[in-house]
Design a protein around this ligand. Sequence first.
Ligand SMILES: Nc1ncnc2c1ncn2[C@@H]1O[C@H](COP(=O)(O)OP(=O)(O)OP(=O)(O)O)[C@@H](O)[C@H]1O
Ligand SMILES: [Mg+2]
Length: 269
Amino acid sequence: MPQQVISIMANSGGVGKTTLTVNLAYQLAKKGKSVAMFGCDPNGSLTLFCGLDDPPPEKTLDYVLRSEFKGDYPLKPVWREHIKGVDACLGGLPLTNTTQRLVLDKRGAYLLADVLEDHPLPHDVVLIDCPGTIEQLHIAALSASTGVLITLKPEDKDLDAMAKLLEWISTTRSELRLKPAPEVIGIVPNGAKNRAMHRDNLGLSGIEGVIGLPEIMKQMEIPMFPTIKDGAYIANAAAAGLPLGLYRASDPSNQVYAKIAAAIIKEMT
Ligand SMILES: Nc1ncnc2c1ncn2[C@@H]1O[C@H](COP(=O)(O)OP(=O)(O)OP(=O)(O)O)[C@@H](O)[C@H]1O
Ligand SMILES: [Mg+2]
């Protein structure tokens, strides 16, 4: 069964990348898959959402991307009292140094891919939680990935940013000559409210002539997952360092996360 390495990206901040990462990890583990989450963001949100403390610099992803790294991944078990199979290699502030090194290193763009090839992880799935703006860490994440998931807030400005991200992915994967090129597994609309702009963008307005995202994505042959609504329990779960499935198992958004997990598992078979 080939390992899936999936980057969670968006060209916007605060649109649910880290939320998707942790909830997907949990749902994959519930389906019996082992998951390593990589915190690829200097903001360190993954640490918080996993209910962990900030690691020292030598226990972060920055260490993994250093020349002295010998395969001793600083993985921390996550939610172990509830579920087995989830680990995290955390990010945070040390990654600001990583970014600089990636620029200077001749193999910078391929560093993460090199590491995963030289020191394979046993996990079924690796989830890479990316930062909110496209930068050097994205290039390293993309070249290591088998697929990309994109979170999207259904606001006009976020749609525009997503279009730019799709263009960047397409250009960058051909510039890097990635073979096989990582595919966009799908778009995950997140944080939808019952507002006209959200309804229009999600193709729910019912007004003739208003073309929503599902139509555009269909034309581009990019799958769209069901929308995750704005919900206080999602934010509360993250603040408690738990996935929604552990914090509030009955929340309907868990079904969306489970559906995305099932789509990833399907790719593996
Ligand atoms: N569907 C949702 N309903 C309510 N709150 C949400 C939802 N999705 C995410 N949040 C909350 O919104 C905030 C931003 O989410 P998150 O950190 O996952 O976004 P991000 O894209 O990773 O942000 P950043 O760019 O800062 O890394 C968090 O407090 C999170 O708990
Ligand atoms: Mg984040």
